[in-house]
Design a protein around this ligand. Sequence first.
Ligand code: ATP
Length: 357
Amino acid sequence: MSQPAGANAPVVSLRGLRKEFPGVGGGSRVVAVDGVDLDIAEGEFVTLLGPSGSGKTTVLRMIAGFETPSGGQVLLRGADVTPTAPFERDVNTVFQDYALFPHMTVLQNVEYGLRVKKVPRAQRRERALEALAGVRLEGMEKRAPGQLSGGQRQRVALARALVNRPSVLLLDEPLGALDLKLREQMQVELKQIQREVGITFVFVTHDQEEALTMSDRIVVFNRGRVDQVGTPAEIYEHPRTTFVAGFVGTSNLLHAKASEALLGEAGLFSVRPEKIRLLADGEDPVMGETVAPAVVEEVVYAGATTRIVARLDAGDSLVVQRQNQRTSSLDTEALRGARVRLAWSREHASRLPDDDG
Ligand code: ATP
């Protein structure tokens, strides 16, 4: 038996969760989710991050109840809901394609769930208006979904889920259809809304920047398994596997030969590009800095920053990211082919396991 349901239990717990799908056309079975354990606390914004096909959506669908696990359990506030139907779970899902009813107004769309639950009309209206205000859509009640922008439609979808006041809101790539500017704006807004309503959000994305921007904790998926769980800073600054180092941010690896020469320790290390600086001619490194002589192979000017690829004398190439505070594209061009010295603080070289593939 699982632990008794209670206020102190995590809002969502996954225990050894597993999902296999039959192979298509007689092919071998697909293990989409391969033993996932996770606890999510009340009010947390947790992001499931991973490349396409890594199992994030399948995990979300098992929490929602749209998919039955092949093994393991889903618990909501300590109660095992693995056999429970989706509509009997205290969770709501927001999908990427919004799934709004086109023939209903914004208000009717938001009220819909309450109407199904037979909430009286006046109360329905009050809660729907409150939910619309919560997603900053006052004054749009009478419009049809077709008269809204993509970002506004996404907010209606959010209001429609929030109006039910679920314990947990599941969001499957909800910003995926928006263009980059709107997406960045919605990332900030969504986080603000989540803070205001205090509902636990479980958010699926394959976009590492989105995950870093919005989450209290990130769960990194790699082929159906969880590689690492941590705060954005933990995941970014101290990746625990080569996969995490490469998927979240730029993979900047020092292998055994270079690490032995530079750090005095043979192993696999990751150093983030913005932690590395170029020493000026005659400049001494500061205490605790590792210095690596190198030749610049490539320079890419990107407006706010410049990315420099440098081949170390000790072996391996590293990417250096430099803020363009005083430089212009002309200065950076002169760097190509130049001999330079890279420097970084020793604490910014994170050791990775050597054999995690
Ligand atoms: P994406 O970001 O592309 O949605 P994901 O990380 O969410 O990817 P899932 O959609 O969970 O990944 O899929 C995990 C694996 O399970 C994939 O190999 C996928 O092809 C497979 N899969 C998912 N749903 C089914 C299904 N209904 N039948 C068969 N295989 C499936």
